[in-house]
Design a protein around this ligand. Sequence first.
Ligand SMILES: Cc1cc2nc3c(=O)[nH]c(=O)nc-3n(C[C@H](O)[C@H](O)[C@H](O)COP(=O)(O)OP(=O)(O)OC[C@H]3O[C@@H](n4cnc5c(N)ncnc54)[C@H](O)[C@@H]3O)c2cc1C
Length: 305
Amino acid sequence: MEALSRNFFLYLSKNQPLNKLANLYGIRMVKGKIVGGISFDQAIPFIRELNADGMSVTVDHLGEYVADPHTAVERAGEVVAALELIKEAGLDAQVSLKLTSLGLDISEELVRLNLRRILTAADRLDVMVTIDMEDSERCQKTLDLFQKLKADYQNVSTVIQAYLYRSNDDLEKMEQLQPFIRLVKGAYKEPKSVAFQEKRDVDTNYRKLIARQLDSGSYTAIATHDDRMVSFAKHYAFEKGIGKDKFEFQMLYGMRQQLQQELVKEGYKVRIYLPYGDDWYGYFMRRLAERPANIAFAFKGMTKK
Ligand SMILES: Cc1cc2nc3c(=O)[nH]c(=O)nc-3n(C[C@H](O)[C@H](O)[C@H](O)COP(=O)(O)OP(=O)(O)OC[C@H]3O[C@@H](n4cnc5c(N)ncnc54)[C@H](O)[C@@H]3O)c2cc1C
């Protein structure tokens, strides 16, 4: 049943007519619940609120699978503008982005140029940029680009997904770069040729990757809402004498707010992933695929002034 609803919502996440319909209804349903608004400006008060509560933020301009080169260049310009605003407004925030929003599916040169433009600004402004990981077909290209750019830029990190068999090897190959890595379980529907299908196996691999990345001494973001994974990371770090300054917990905006606050009180660094933009539909469907109970947020949002 759980797998059925997951597949259903993942299928809906790629449905273009429904995406258009969702945009017609506007963002009211999810703003301030799971996304920050349509523009970066609208997200600023939410970032300030999180910062005041002791949490850092990473913002993500929603909108993936861009097929037109002009839009991809425009999107790069928008990321640079967001980086500048973060600095100007003195926000404790970083930026996350998806390579398919910058032209990964159009041409390798285009996405590389767009990324260089963004990372040049990120280094100048000293704001970290994390390259989100998309589906497994794009994983190698993403890691190749990340590794090339990491040689030239300081403020870049990426994501490793525990459901992929390859992830332990990927961490090993990148170890000498001492990368800042966000570890996640993985959000896409992947075939069993490349990914663990059982939750138990994903969780086992996730623990293994947390241990490996913490042991490496490189900065680690443990991005999960799962109490058992949070608890594992806390205990592992404590037993190994790994300081709280060597890792952080990351959670999605609107999820597990009490847990976020408890972690802050315990002295852990917590970063909230805050998406914004009018293309919120696919993001919302992936969150429903993970946890259909998230739909409650949306229905509350529809009736809220
Ligand atoms: C900051 C951040 C960035 C991410 N970036 C990426 C990325 O770049 N690429 C990618 O593929 N995926 C990304 N993800 C998504 C990730 O891969 C998972 O799909 C998602 O986090 C769900 O897995 P989980 O570890 O939270 O727990 P799950 O395995 O989904 O759930 C385990 C348990 O955690 C608890 N739980 C989970 N969610 C909730 C909730 N909303 N409310 C209450 N309890 C809950 C429940 O007890 C549940 O049984 C990101 C996630 C986060 C938090």
